[in-house]
Write a protein that binds this ligand. Structure first.
Ligand code: ACM
Length: 504
């Protein structure tokens, strides 16, 4: 029995099995596609041919799965040699961008835990780790020329517990940040595992922590930004960046250092959920709209995004942003991370832009995974393991058209307002990230035709045991362990139409 997650494209049992002595021969054959691999296991040992080094690496991950759950421990434990099934596998990913976003701004995750997530992504053949580094509630990357971004912006005096009214508070100060060398270490560790770390510096919304550190970044003609603090509420802060040249220069300075640290081709500049009320009231913003001959505040945001699109392009990089960047006109070279239904992603793909599909209606892993009353801090829509397994990144409107190729990949996103620790992040991410990994790697049938029963069987027969060996605090299929519950912390649930793919 062979229980691989993600399922390989072609797998042939060649008969028999035998003890594995650890001999692995590898080579690169560039006639295979990027990231593709062929794995042969026989009495002769294991042989991996990769289309590139990444392909060889993914082949090794598959071999590790064949070796049994203990192969996922950090060191061998004493056992009889495991019997490996003799197989021939030919495999290649469906998408080039197989991503996971972790919000380390709402709750800081220490460096060791981030490194551990690199291992977890690599074990699932996910190859993009998007770090959401800045938000209203915290700024997590040290910027040498602007030290107050972390001195002031990397911590808050207290934290809202859940989303209830009246608010509940955890009165402990919360914070933390990564030095640039910490990030270089994470990036190098990820690169060894063929995972690219994509940084996100969110602008012009979600910037209250930055404005608390440097009040001149805010709309000073509308509010007293010197009185602002790092935000302790959840939601959309009205305090957004001012659309001034000084703010552009400041963020160029930030991005200069970001580019120095992150070799990633794509740099994420956010662009989501920017409330425009302050711009409507600000004489400075209104003068800017008039001076540039723009129609409205959406176009003003678009002007800021276009600025950074050109700025990044001139430095050999590419801008990616959330799908709000489609509003008011999409910057020329920009790629879009589509998080609101499939809508912005379809528009962007049809206009010839690259798209990463990550709709919150399908693959937001901060959302609750079961409707039961025991789920810790239930938030968002219910996305069960089966829902995620039936997520399809290419909507019917694009499928079979040349625009489908614009969907360069897909990503699962995990925001951390209600996931305040590594254990909570594990619980939200797993087992759903395993289902997502299969969607991102394998070429599955349309959502209704997928064999979820087979996926579940493979989970039960092998993959939960691998997660156990890796020490992942996943949600058990029967519901949370008692110590995984969070009684008394209220969440906030949405209602959704099921399976939005059919509507797109
Ligand atoms: C987002 O969820 N605001 C991208």
């Amino acid at each position: 029995m062979v229980n691989l997650i993600p399922a390989p494209r072609e797998l042939r049992l060649t008969g028999g099995s035998g003890p594995f002595g650890g001999e692995v021969r590898t080579r690169v054959d560039s006639s295979l596609a990027p990231e593709a691999y062929e794995l042969t296991v026989s009495h002769d040992g294991a042989h991996i041919v990769g289309g590139d080094e990444a392909g060889v690496f993914w082949g090794r991950q598959t071999l590790r799965q064949l070796l049994g759950p203990d192969a996922f421990r950090r060191a061998p434990i004493e056992r009889e040699p495991v019997a490996v099934p003799y197989v021939e596998i030919r495999d290649a990913p469906r998408f080039a961008w197989r991503g996971f976003m972790l919000d380390v701004a709402r709750h800081f995750l220490p460096k060791d835990d981030v490194l551990r997530y690199v291992d977890l992504l690599a074990a699932h053949k996910l190859n993009v780790f998007h770090l959401h580094l800045t938000d209203d509630q915290g700024w997590r990357i040290a910027i040498e020329r602007y030290p107050r971004l972390v001195e002031v912006g990397a911590w808050r005096p207290r934290t809202r517990l859940g989303w209830g009214e009246p608010p509940l508070w955890d009165e402990r100060p919360h914070g933390g940040f990564y030095t640039q060398d910490d990030l270089r270490e994470i990036i190098a560790y990820a690169a060894e595992r063929h995972v690219t770390v994509v940084p996100e510096i969110d602008l012009p919304g979600h910037s209250q922590a930055a404005i608390a550190a440097y009040p001149e970044l805010g709309n000073t003609d509308v509010i007293d930004t010197a009185a602002l603090e790092v935000w302790t509420e959840w939601g959309w802060s009205p305090h957004v960046l001012a659309p001034t040249d000084a703010v552009l220069r400041f963020y160029e300075g930030v991005l200069d250092e970001v580019l120095d640290v992150f070799p990633s081709r794509f740099i994420h500049i956010g662009g989501d959920e920017c409330l425009k009320d302050q711009w409507r009231r600000s004489a400075t913003a209104q003068a800017r709209i008039k001076g540039l001959g723009l129609h409205d505040e959406d176009e003003l945001q678009s002007w800021m995004i276009r600025h950074f699109d050109r700025w990044l392009t001139a430095r050999g990089r590419r801008l990616i942003g959330w799908d709000e960047i489609v509003e008011g006109g999409l910057a020329e070279g920009a790629a879009v991370a589509c998080w609101r239904w499939y809508t912005g992603g379809i528009a962007a793909a049809e206009a010839g832009h690259d798209v990463v599909m990550c709709p919150q209606q399908e693959v937001y892993l901060d959302h609750v995974q079961d409707p039961g009353a025991d789920e810790p801090v239930p938030f968002g829509w219910v996305h069960t393991l089966e829902d995620v397994y039936r997520f399809e990144p290419v909507p019917p409107r694009l499928a079979g058209t040349p625009h489908a190729a614009r969907v360069i990949g897909t990503q699962a996103n995990l925001w951390t307002e209600v996931a305040d620790s590594r254990a909570r992040v594990d619980y939200q991410a797993f087992p759903r990230l395993a289902a997502f990994a299969e969607v991102a790697w394998s070429r599955l049938p349309d959502p209704d035709e997928r064999d979820f029963g087979d996926f579940e069987r493979r989970m039960n027969a092998a993959h939960y045991a691998r997660l156990d060996a890796m020490g992942v605090a996943y949600r058990p299929p029967t519901g949370p362990h008692p110590w995984q519950r969070r009684p008394g912390i209220p969440g906030r649930m949405h209602h959704k139409p099921r399976r939005t793919w059919h509507m797109a």
